[in-house]
Write a protein that binds this ligand. Structure first.
Ligand code: NAP
Length: 251
């Protein structure tokens, strides 16, 4: 039996949509018929993606460039989404960055920047999105965390703390708004082939791969598939879940 996921008419906001995993998520959601609000700092690739999604899938896509680390950006982006589409059904908090270093040498700015974008940014987007979702009595929130948030990683204390924090945020929000018809889940990718993963050298990649039972790095589209599942009717009874898309690394 073929299962086709249809999100026709739904409005989805994806942060960090200009490349990598966020771009793949935007593509999958567009393919399923969702109208999109795309956020990231780089305006030009975002505008190009919005145009391409419109041409390829016949969906409306709005590019809203901005910095997830800036305090007002979430409110602005959600406001623009509501002005254009009148509703918000799906929020995917995907924007994220790393600023690696051993903790003893980690400058306060290095710590702060990663927490501000990866965790506080997600908090602000969830808060802004919950207002329309609560009015609608429905909504799907997916936070992109990381296996590093579950296991920790030497040289990534700031990143791991931000991603572990996202898991706490996810579960707390799931408990707070479940009765309003809103689910909140997390996806924890392993090492996925994107610009972020390209920062690792060969030895680091090899060491990581040795711990992956499925023996390969992941692809952005595989993370996007998990997100599509979580925002679809197939996941109606899932909330507060952390879905690892990691080839078995974190189990
Ligand atoms: P990526 O290729 O570096 O892309 C990151 C995306 O986030 C870009 O669209 C970037 O766009 C956006 N972004 C970064 N900082 C931002 C800011 N301050 N404001 C707004 N947008 C911002 O990374 P990726 O590998 O696709 O990662 C996506 C998410 O998956 C991240 O949360 C990451 O932590 C998580 N993840 C990745 C992996 C992996 O192996 N790749 C593994 C586990 C988890 P601009 O630069 O244009 O702003």
């Amino acid at each position: 039996m073929a299962v086709v996921i249809e999100l026709g008419g739904q409005v989805a906001l994806v942060t960090g949509a200009s490349r990598g995993i966020g771009r793949a998520i935007a593509e999958r959601l567009a393919e399923a018929g969702a109208r999109l609000v795309l956020c990231a700092r780089s305006a030009e690739p975002l505008a190009r993606l919005a145009h391409q999604l419109g041409e390829r899938y016949g969906v409306e896509a709005l590019a809203v460039p901005g910095d997830v680390g800036a305090p007002e950006f979430a409110t602005t982006a959600v406001k623009q989404a509501l002005e254009r589409f009148g509703r918000l059904d799906v929020l995917v908090n995907n924007a994220g960055l790393t600023a690696d270093g051993l903790l003893v040498r980690m400058a306060p700015e290095q710590w702060q920047q990663v927490l501000e974008v990866n965790l506080s940014g997600a908090y602000r987007f969830v808060r802004a999105a919950l207002r329309p979702m609560m009015r609608q009595q429905s909504g799907r929130i997916v936070n992109i965390t990381s296996v590093v948030g579950l296991r920790g990683n030497a040289g990534q204390a700031n990143y791991a703390a931000s991603k572990a924090g996202l898991i706490g945020l996810t579960k707390s929000v799931a408990r707070e708004v479940g009765a309003r018809g809103i689910t909140c889940n997390a996806v924890a990718p392993g090492l996925i082939e994107t610009d972020m993963a390209a920062q690792l050298d060969e030895a680091q990649r090899r060491r990581f791969l040795e711990q992956v039972p499925l023996g390969a790095l992941g692809q952005p589209a595989q993370v996007a598939d998990a997100v599509l599942f979580l925002v679809s009717p197939l996941a109606a009874y899932l909330t507060g879940v952390v879905l690892c898309v990691d080839g078995g690394f974190a189990m």
